[in-house]
Design a protein around this ligand. Sequence first.
Ligand SMILES: Cc1cc2nc3c(=O)[nH]c(=O)nc-3n(C[C@H](O)[C@H](O)[C@H](O)COP(=O)(O)O)c2cc1C
Length: 225
Amino acid sequence: MQFDEVVQGRRSIRGYLDKPVPRALIREVLQLAMRAPTSLNTQPWNFYVVGGAVLDRIRKGNVERNLAGVPDSREFRMGPGYQGVHRERQIGIAKQLFAAMGIARDDKDARQGWVLRGFRQFDAPACVVMTYDKALEGGDIAQFDVGAVVNSLVLAAWSRGLGCVINSQGIMQSPVVRAHTGIPEDEIIMTCVAMGYPDFSFPANNVRSRRRPVEEVARFIGFDD
Ligand SMILES: Cc1cc2nc3c(=O)[nH]c(=O)nc-3n(C[C@H](O)[C@H](O)[C@H](O)COP(=O)(O)O)c2cc1C
């Protein structure tokens, strides 16, 4: 695939075929993704690739704690919640997804069902949990570096026929993830990526999220043309 085709074609995949992803393919995707640049080439990331019965136990634990009302315990901080234009954009993508899925605004059960899908890692056959070394806590660079590799990962996966969604919901109950993966205490869980073969008949998978125009976000300074 050409670069433009990968970047333009990729979108978040929230419905998967019931088909396992070979370990060798995920390994290849990770190897490609890790060409991402990092500050001073520190490569502060760690990947926990989870599938099978272990992933099912994480899904179960996530859903149980969510239904029991256990507060989020994510380790990579979210902040106080989005306001203003950021909130508007958050609502914008939610509206696109709910419209595609036929979920009405006042249908609380369907909305809750959608949230639980996220806690179940969208029923993907695999998921990659990403951590960075706690020794780097206190700065913002390690998080920048992991962000770079996450983007590389979802693009590399797409180029190999795999779909992904970066899924904060999957690590909101971090003790569940730690308990089932053995992530050591000297690593901070940053995010996870659900991964598998896309089910293109799943309506949300065909939603194209919007982007702000370049004219709105970029200022060119010192150019004559
Ligand atoms: C840090 C991060 C966390 C995300 N967490 C979630 C999530 O919990 N649930 C979800 O459905 N999508 C999640 N997403 C996916 C975004 O909603 C999605 O990337 C965005 O709406 C743009 O859509 P696109 O990926 O299809 O271009 C997350 C993306 C990022 C970068």
